[in-house]
Every structure is written in structure tokens, then in C-alpha cells.
Design a protein. Sequence first.
Length: 383
Amino acid sequence: MNKMTVNLDMELERMLSMKGGKGEASYVNNSQAQAQHARSMLHPLKDALDEVQLNSPDIPFVIADLGCSCGSNTIFNIDVIVEHMSKRYEAIGQEPPEFSAFFSDLPSNDFNTLFQLLPPLANNGCRSMEECSDSNSHRSYFVAGVPGSFYRRLFPARSIDVFYSAFSLHWLSQVPDIVLDKRSSAYNKGKIYIHGANENTANAYKKQFQTDLANFLGSRSKEMKSGGSMFLACLGRTSVDPTDQGGAGLLFGTHFQDAWDDLVQEGLITSEKRDKFNIPMYAPSIQDFKEVVEANGSFKINNLQVFRGGSPLVVNHPEDVAEIGRALVNSCRSVSGVLVDAHIGEQLSDELFSRVEERATRHAKELLQNLQFFHIVASLSIM
């Protein structure tokens, strides 16, 4: 029996998450591309960390990963930050402080899987990655989970040294109401994403992104310590046209869109049911991002660039069209499956993603060649 379906007008905060667990379509098993992209950004990350003011080693150094999800990528990123900051203290002849890491995401996130992936804490005196290297895969920092939306306050004032957020800020706090309103000129009729939508729909998504990012920056400006730094990376686009969402558009605006249309044409769902579903995601341009930061006025931009991330498809045999089809559907399902399940139920969700896989398999070579992601990468510090 299917679980009871819910409407997407329920607060996204209560249900939005990457697909949990450790199954084939889980985020844990479909975030290798994100791992590759994050590793390619280590140089700008370390540049951002070099902007952090070093305090007394008697004061714990606090890191927060916002939008941590549930895979091993977040653990790798925290390890990089701890190791880099430890070396900075050692370079000036000081013993590194104790480190504390907050893993934060929405309450629906699979924190259990994340915590199971964490290595044990090293002996209490271990303060650096080098000291932990003799012990078999231990961590040198204390951890805690912080559930909640990063579009609101999460931490006490002036408590965080480094904020890190990767592949999360393109997720909106909500689908703009007018996009789902039949009476509105921004009604996204016949579509489930902004890609290829009309100008009014695109402007509604852009306005929602601007509001959300402004709220994000306002909260972080209160929580960051003086002398702290923030490293942000989110899905972005190179086109000035917001209806051209680049890689995200190819992921959600083509075969995924067509699969929804299949369900309508086959009478499995109504067109109204399809039109009430929209992906709450917006890939900003570098100008979109810059305008919000400058209007907020709390942060100085140390670095802002468009970064070529590459393909979200990680395949071992690029000549195997079936493997490419599975990779595409698993990538798509790992980030949107929870929303689809909630909207149409698990049985129809299986039908939908089966059609996505069929279509992706037929267009495998085109997808492998053209599906490329770009990211907005920013390093910010308090003004």
C-alpha cells in the first residue's frame, strides 16, 4: 500500500532532503560527482581559510557545514578545514586549538547515516590530523548535528569561525506561490521546473532566490565571529537568461519533464497534479549572487567566480548506455526523489523514474557529452 501522499504546499523544511539510507538511489551512493567537484575547489577553499583570524589556542575553533546532507563528502571537507587551520597555527609556533564541527541540514536530513560514517574521536589529546594519523581513521574534532533551515538563525551570536556550504544554496526555501497559482501570469503551466519557462515564472524564482540568500547572509552576519570567513559554492549558470538553467535544466527540464508528461498522457496522473509539482531550485548567475551580497552589505567579497564543475554522471564504462541511464536516474532521484514520493506516492514515483531511465538510456551519448554543471564559488568575510 502506498504511503499517503502530501501536497507540495507543505513546508519544504519538513520534507526536503537528499535521499537517505544506503540504497542504489541514495545520496550516499550518488554523490561521487559532488565529491570530485568539491576536491576541484580546494584551492579557493584554502584561500578563504587563509582569511580567518587566528585566535588564542585556548579558544575552540568552530566550523559549521550548512547543508551537510548525509554522505562522506562533508566529513572530507571538515577534515580539510581542520588540517589547514592546524597547519596555520603550527606555522606561527602555536599548538592548534580544539576543533568543533557542526553538521547542519533540515530536520528531514538522514543524520543517522551521516553519524554512522563518522570515524571515532581520537584520544582526547589529539588536536591535529598529523597526531591522528597513527590511529586508524580517527577524527580530531568534536561534532554535533544542528537541524534547521539555514535561511534562519542556527547558532548563537559571534560563535562560528568558518562557515562552509557546498551544493546547497540553489535549493530554495519554497516554490514561489505565484508559480503554482493558475490566476497568475507566473503560473508554470505544463512544467515542473524553471528551465524554458516564461519570463514571469523566471522572475518569481529569481526573486525567491534573492530573498532566501539575503536571509541566509543576514543570519550568518550575526553568527560569525569577528575575523571569520565563509566559503560558499552553489549550482550556477553562465547564461544571463534565468530560464536557461544550464546543467540543472538538462537534468530536470528535459527527460525528467518528459517523464511527467508521460504519466499525464497515460492517464496515471492529471495535468493539474503535474502542474502542482515544481522543483524548488534556482541556479543563479554570478551577477545574481553579487547583487544580493552587495545589497546585504554585511560581507566583503574576497573571491567570486564561476567554476566549471563537470558532469554529475560518474560512470565506469562510458560506452555502456544502460549504465549512463542508471547513473542519470539515480542522480536525479537522489536529490528529488523525496519530493516526488511525497507528491505522487512511491508506486507512481517508481513509474516516473523508470521512464526517466528509459529516456536517459536512449539519449545516453548526448547526456554524457552535454550534461555539465557550473558552480558559483564565493569567499566572504565580515565587513
